[in-house]
Design a protein around this ligand. Structure first.
Ligand SMILES: O=C(O)CCC(=O)C(=O)O
Ligand SMILES: [Fe+2]
Length: 331
């Protein structure tokens, strides 16, 4: 299935939810983001700036606010929300970065937009061992990472729950497109367990709910090497959460391995490819949806695909033990 970003908000039956901002809403949001570029030290990772962004997020256009809050309450069968026509002007951007661990420290208009929308959804957080703990990260192709299962790669990125190994993984992942891929068809891929579950038989679902899987941490996370044995599906059996990374999760026995293969097939069958264009921001409910990306061919000449990424938690307090100094960055 392919979803285009052309429509106004669709209902849940017709594909993933899309909210297209109108010209007035886009203008209001641009003014708000511009205010934030001048606030405080003008740095996203400054706690004073973040407090200001939280306060300003109360002034989002009402329709956007309503849509984000409804999505937070229930992310729907596809577990994703895409907001389009955000005020991003690709012609005004610097060259797409090409270095590993690239982040956006400056409170630019796109960085402010990503944080504003993230604040409306919950609390924007980051991880110390990933991209220097910066709140706004760049998803860009990096030559030395081309073949890697990371967002700097350009090979097919396997379906994953973001930071699946981490006890406080994000509740939501937001990806804002600044610059599209050359092919104009490089898709972020999403697949919801709410769509895939009906394709799985009862015995497979039972195995997936048992402590028969371990997930490795990426090499950059030095603190946690391997999760304890855990289920892939948790919570209400008729509407479970999913936590799996098809690159990093291993089954502990043959039946569990078979269940993992079947889960992957079911998710692939309900997969949707989302081609993000400049000014499109997709939010993925990381408890219901796995995401990945198709392979593509970067040029590394400053014109490649460029996304900003933010992570959102709903319960900031719950991760306090992982947040030294009560800041937004988790260990
Ligand atoms: O490049 C994409 O569309 C998604 C990359 C990804 O999985 C991530 O940044 O978390
Ligand atoms: Fe990801």
């Amino acid at each position: 299935m392919t979803s285009t970003m052309a429509s106004t908000k669709t209902d849940h039956a017709g594909g993933i939810s899309v909210l297209e901002l109108d010209g007035r809403e886009r203008g209001e949001l641009e003014a708000l983001a511009r205010t934030l570029t001048r606030a405080g030290a003008g740095l996203v990772d400054d706690t004073g700036w973040q407090a200001r962004a939280r306060a300003e997020s109360c002034r989002l256009p009402a329709r956007l606010s309503r849509t984000v809050r409804a999505f937070r309450h229930d992310a729907g069968p596809d577990g994703t929300l895409t907001v389009t026509n955000l005020p991003v002007a690709p012609e005004l951007l610097p060259a797409t970065p090409t270095v590993p661990d690239s982040v956006e420290r400056g409170a630019t208009v796109p960085a402010a937009l990503a944080v504003l929308l993230g604040c409306e959804l919950g609390t924007v957080i980051a991880y110390r061992d990933e991209k220097h703990g910066a709140l706004v990260q760049n998803v860009v192709p990096v030559p030395t990472l081309a073949g890697s299962q990371s967002n700097g790669g350009s090979v097919q990125l396997e379906f994953h729950t973001e930071n699946a190994f981490h006890p406080h993984r994000p509740d939501f992942v937001g990806l804002l497109c600044l610059r599209p891929a050359h092919e104009d068809q490089v898709g972020t891929q999403v697949a919801s367990i709410r769509r895939a579950r009906p394709l799985l038989d009862a015995a497979t679902l039972t195995v997936l709910q048992e402590d028969r899987f371990v997930t490795e941490a990426p090499p950059s996370f030095r603190t946690a090497e391997l999760s304890s044995p855990l289920p892939v599906l948790t919570g209400a059996p008729e509407d479970p959460d999913i936590c799996v990374d098809f690159h990093a999760t291993r089954a502990l026995d043959n039946a569990a391995e078979k269940a993992l293969v079947e889960l992957r097939e079911a998710l692939s069958a309900v997969r949707q490819d989302v081609v993000l264009r400049p000014g499109d921001m997709i939010f993925v409910d990381n408890r219901l949806v796995v995401h990945g990306r198709v392979a593509f061919s970067p040029r590394y000449d400053g014109t490649d695909r460029w996304l900003h990424r933010v992570f959102v938690h709903l319960d900031h307090r719950r991760s306090r033990g992982h947040r030294p100094g009560d800041g937004p960055v988790l260990t």
